[in-house]
Design a protein around this ligand. Sequence first.
Ligand SMILES: Nc1ncnc2c1ncn2[C@@H]1O[C@H](COP(=O)(O)OP(=O)(O)O)[C@@H](O)[C@H]1O
Ligand SMILES: [Mg+2]
Length: 97
Amino acid sequence: MARTVGIGIQSFEKIRRNNCFYVDKTGFIKEWWENQDDVTLITRPRRFGKTLMMDTLEQFFSIKYKENGELFEGLSIWKEEKPYEQRCFHSGRQAVL
Ligand SMILES: Nc1ncnc2c1ncn2[C@@H]1O[C@H](COP(=O)(O)OP(=O)(O)O)[C@@H](O)[C@H]1O
Ligand SMILES: [Mg+2]
């Protein structure tokens, strides 16, 4: 059955738990992490998925959500070597604003 397209959902957890249509952009997590930039500025375009990506990064890195690893199951970042260990390693060590 076709998945529901969530309108205006900016919560990665909600999209995943409700099994909504999601374009897998989790490869960005690795790319962004490996760049080691001090600052990342993405100001445009509108409706590009910036807010949802910020929430996704928080879900991935924040120790607050350490039990939410399964939300990433089956996505691109999940297929990385030892993704779970990587996530645990990074959790709580990065400030997510
Ligand atoms: N990867 C994605 N897969 C599916 N829907 C997405 C994705 N990224 C964003 N959206 C949807 O697109 C809309 C705009 O996303 P949003 O994060 O608010 O964009 P921005 O902050 O860049 O304006 C929202 O309805 C959101 O649920
Ligand atoms: Mg936004």
